[in-house]
Design a protein around this ligand. Sequence first.
Ligand code: HDE
Length: 716
Amino acid sequence: MSTSSDRRDTDPGGADDKQRQLDDVRLDLTGTELTTDQGVRIDHTDDALTVGERGPTLLEDFHAREKITHFDHERIPERVVHARGAGAYGVFQPYDDWLAEYTVAEFLTNPAVRTPTFVRFSTVAGSRGSADTVRDVRGFATKFYTRQGNYDLVGNNMPVFFIQDGIKFPDFVHAVKPEPHNEIPQAQSAHDTFWDFVSLQPESLHMIMWLMSDRALPRSYRMMQGFGVHTFRLVNAEGRGTFVKFHWKPVLGVHSLVWDECQKIGGKDPDYNRRDLWEAIETGQFPEYELGVQLVPESDEFAFDFDLLDSTKIIPEEQVPVRPVGRMTLNRNPDNFFAETEQVAFHTANVVPGIDFTNDPLLQARNFSYLDTQLIRLGGPNFPQIPVNRPVAPVTNNQRDGYHQSFIHKGRTSYFKNSLGGGCPALAAPGAEVFSHYQEKVEGHKIRKRSESFKDFYSQATLFWNSMTEPEKKHIVAAFRFELGHVDHKHVRQAVVDQLNHVDHNLAVMVANGVGVNPPEREVTPNHGRSSPALSQITMSLGGTVSPATRKVAILVAEGVDGVGVRTLVEQLRERGTMPELLAPHDGAVRTADGEELPVDRAINTMASVLYDGVVVPCGPDSVRMLASDGYAVHFVAEAFKHHKPVAAFGAGIDLLDQPWASVKLARDDESVVVDQGVVTSSAARGDLPTEFADAFCEALARHRAWDRSTDGVPA
Ligand code: HDE
């Protein structure tokens, strides 16, 4: 058996600590024989024990009873929110030690320490079996198994929240969940009770702007930001506190789907985001996120025109920059969804020395709620012993008994102080690193009253709106029209529009015109005109380094395709980190113009353009003629075009793009590479395909979508 000092020699950073611990409980049944839960071997499990061939089943059949009883109890309650999720293990490592001035948290400040993590991404409103691509907030919860104990950063992919005080959470969740009389609609906010709540609770408006934006439709969990939302507190060795907001930034950039695409994917592949995460990790394309912090000295607590304790507000990045701390890489899928992703339990109150709370009333309520909900969801107080939840730091205390106790505590003492057990577990020795609560001075009367400093509901909603690019604004207006268009009560539609008039008059008018209510006659709250470029994912992705890595490309082929051209292209696309797949009218293989067999990855009619980031139609006159007469193929290209995706063709493949609805410039005669509105074409064929073709297509993939493309007339 290896000792912990052996382990430190081979893994000094500690990155494998958690996996080594889990190895002790991992079961591999390869080569085993069937037994009962009591370890008794069984040679028959297809028929119950009966009296004669056609007689009654006997109660004595312990194997049948045990098997069925266990099955009967397989389900546990799903999470009351964030029920649908996907998880992965990873490792976090700080870049350097600069944060040590502000916190004693070792995992954030010691670059030699590699802390194991488990992350669970989730949607919020839908049930466990609902689709991934709904319009919703995404959870981004991270458990850091640090050497000082577990730290959980239970965040979302949006930096603000719907409400300011946790006491409103049951009201909010009841409003957004399916309506109670008929349990409709599933995983959607487009219904009356949600918008009724919003119209009467204007503090939700800032978050509503985020929810109606493209942020609610992430292309991938690997391509969305994460935020701790609340203002937390870092505490340094002298006991000095600093306010902090946590940010995760995905290395692949922030990208979204379009709404029409989301709705279609909901049917074609309800596991779209979950599958994407799983496959990326299985194929070694490990998702990476940079952790950053915004720091505010306590002396600046009142320096802002909003309250730092109000979770419906951001600190604009232009005001307080996000400073990079370290990087997390997700590198291992769970072995068993239930054991790990379903049973993982996050809690905002799981903190380690160096990180503490503030009086944000939303955070304070969460610090109560998570443990409470887990007691019922995971069946009692011993859920921290479930393998995925166990810290790598030793757990030694006098907590005993309860459902599912899985440790055997030896000895006769389970109380403090004791003399019979040698005084153990003892208090930490003086000077040892312990958690000590930040000594904040608090005084006041017991009151139920929202602070006056929380009462500006509109300025930051306006800031968000002002920061959007034109396509992003168009999407927001369309989202409001879709959502309110599903609200039956006209007075609710009107009330929401009237609220929006406080955010921006033009926005309110545009929404009103789409949903058949009275546009507000005049501006009530003048738009302050301020903006924050960091809020726009399009502005950010244009400014930053973008990469086509991991994007999925469909190459449409049929009999007679230009095999040399296809092979060249596939190679070039792979070299640039993308994931090309060949789709044909049938599965198996197609014969190229040169008579060779070209293996096919998928049949076109089993897939859809919405499952790819871009499409290429290669040369081969026969192949293109066949595709042109195949409705699935024609629709595939038209739909990708409609969703502003990069579309490319070479040689005869260009004919498939030469459509009345595609007003783009296409390569003709000897034009090597033409790029127009994200459409990349080349007259070249066979082995002559210039590398600029793949370069231009990958550049378009990296830019994600061509928003300047006009798509109104596309019949898809
Ligand atoms: Fe949660 N939230 N929440 N929440 N939340 C839960 O805990 C709650 C809030 C978030 O993948 C529950 O174990 C209250 C904000 C995530 O397992 C529950 C309030 C943010 C997850 C709960 C909030 C979140 C949860 C349900 C208002 C972003 C999924 C199951 C005071 C910063 C974690 C569970 C996972 C889960 C309560 C508000 C994020 C009921 C009372 C703000 C990512 O305890």
